[in-house]
Design a protein around this ligand. Structure first.
Ligand code: NAP
Length: 339
């Protein structure tokens, strides 16, 4: 699922070119023959003709690897690859290691400062930067401007997550059509730990977790792409609803400042309609489809220090391949990919 988004997005991304594809079951075969493509258009013809390799040779001249391995394989292989290459990973295997950044480029680009200690500490020529779980990516984007203004104390979030989040072939149709499954293995734990890390600060060369408390309920719903989340926050300071909305709508980060190709003009789009955001209508909103988090129904909570809203984030773009490509553009622009 994520690999297909990489191929689609990198086909028009101006800075990177795919030179090798790696798989396990498909190794040795042509990509076009083995892939069950789920996107709307066919894969580019040069990709269809590429042979899927078993691994990347450790002495090749590639500048960067994107990993979308399942977690077990990632644990085993990403560390080996990082001895030779910079690697941007979608998998959870290394996310919670203390010298590994979990990056949403608009939110915590300063965490890239961990890379030099990671290389030195592990004796690697390359390094690993991860991106968060697809559910975390949308949530932290919206929490960041609110935390900066009001210092968030508690977050309660209920998610409605698309089936593409479970990879290919994903959730069996008989379990998800006409149904909602109120459990996604390990998802709530990841959402809590990653949010605290991404919103944490760097102190003495390592990340100190943000102290906010978070309770999550994650549900799988019959939607193809796009995770929706209902969010309730309580802060230390009083929250003005209009000010909260404009802080999200005007939020920008280093990718926008550097005008990176995958950076959306508006990382957060705030919608006013009382029935928005809607998955089908809004998951591709904004200047770079799938890269903006769309927020709506921003309203007061139970007291002056609380706020409620709904967010929608494209899970395989902002939540996976798109966020990773934006991270790679940032690494490139900041000189981390120079040999
Ligand atoms: N789907 C999402 O929305 C999403 C969002 C964020 C993060 N993620 C994470 O991204 C990763 C990929 O997710 P996905 O949804 O794309 O899963 P997927 O559809 O199951 O794809 C997994 C890919 O990994 C390859 N693979 C499996 N074992 C391998 C091995 N030992 N060596 C080399 N290649 C191997 C498979 O190739 P073969 O078919 O050739 O074996 C396939 O291309 C996971 O860690 C997932 O948790 C997914």
């Amino acid at each position: 699922m994520v690999g297909q988004q990489y191929i689609r997005l990198l086909d028009t991304e101006p800075w990177f070119e795919i030179s090798i594809l790696v798989g396990k079951k498909s190794a040795g075969k042509l990509y076009g023959e083995v892939t069950e493509w789920v996107g709307e258009c066919d894969p580019p013809s040069y990709i269809k003709k590429m042979k899927v390799e078993e691994q990347v040779p450790l002495n090749s001249d590639v500048d960067l690897l994107f990993s979308c391995l399942p977690s077990d394989a990632a644990k085993e292989q990403e560390g080996l690859y990082a001895r030779s290459y910079p690697l941007v990973s979608n998998a959870s295997a290394y996310r919670m290691e203390k010298d590994v950044p979990v990056l949403v480029p608009e939110v915590n680009s300063n965490h890239l400062g961990l890379i030099s200690a990671q290389k030195e500490g592990r004796g690697w020529k390359g390094f690993i930067v991860t991106k968060p779980n697809c559910t975390t990516a949308g949530l932290v984007m919206t929490l960041k401007p609110l935390d900066d203004l009001y210092k968030i104390k508690r977050v309660i979030v209920t998610t409605m997550q698309a089936v593409s989040g479970a990879g290919f072939p994903g959730v069996p149709s008989l379990q998800i059509i006409d149904n909602i499954v109120p459990y996604i293995k390990d998802e709530e734990e990841k959402l809590i730990k990653e949010t605290k890390k991404i919103l944490g600060r760097i102190k003495d060369g390592s990340i100190v977790d943000n102290e906010l408390m978070l309770a999550a309920s994650c549900n799988r719903v019959p939607v193809i792409d796009g995770h929706t989340e209902s969010v309730y926050i309580e802060a230390e300071k009083e929250i003005d609803v209009e000010e909260a909305k404009s802080s999200m709508a005007s939020f920008k980060g280093l990718p926008q400042e550097l005008k990176l190709p995958m950076a959306p003009e508006k990382p957060i789009i705030v919608m006013e309609g009382s029935d928005r955001p809607q998955t089908r209508r809004d998951r591709n909103a904004g200047s770079v489809p799938g890269m903006s988090v769309v927020v709506g129904r921003v309203r007061k909570g139970l007291d002056r220090n609380s706020l409620q809203y709904t967010l929608l984030s494209h899970n395989t773009i902002r939540g996976a391949a798109g966020n990773a490509i934006l991270t790679a553009e940032l690494l490139c622009k900041l000189g981390y990919l120079e040999r």
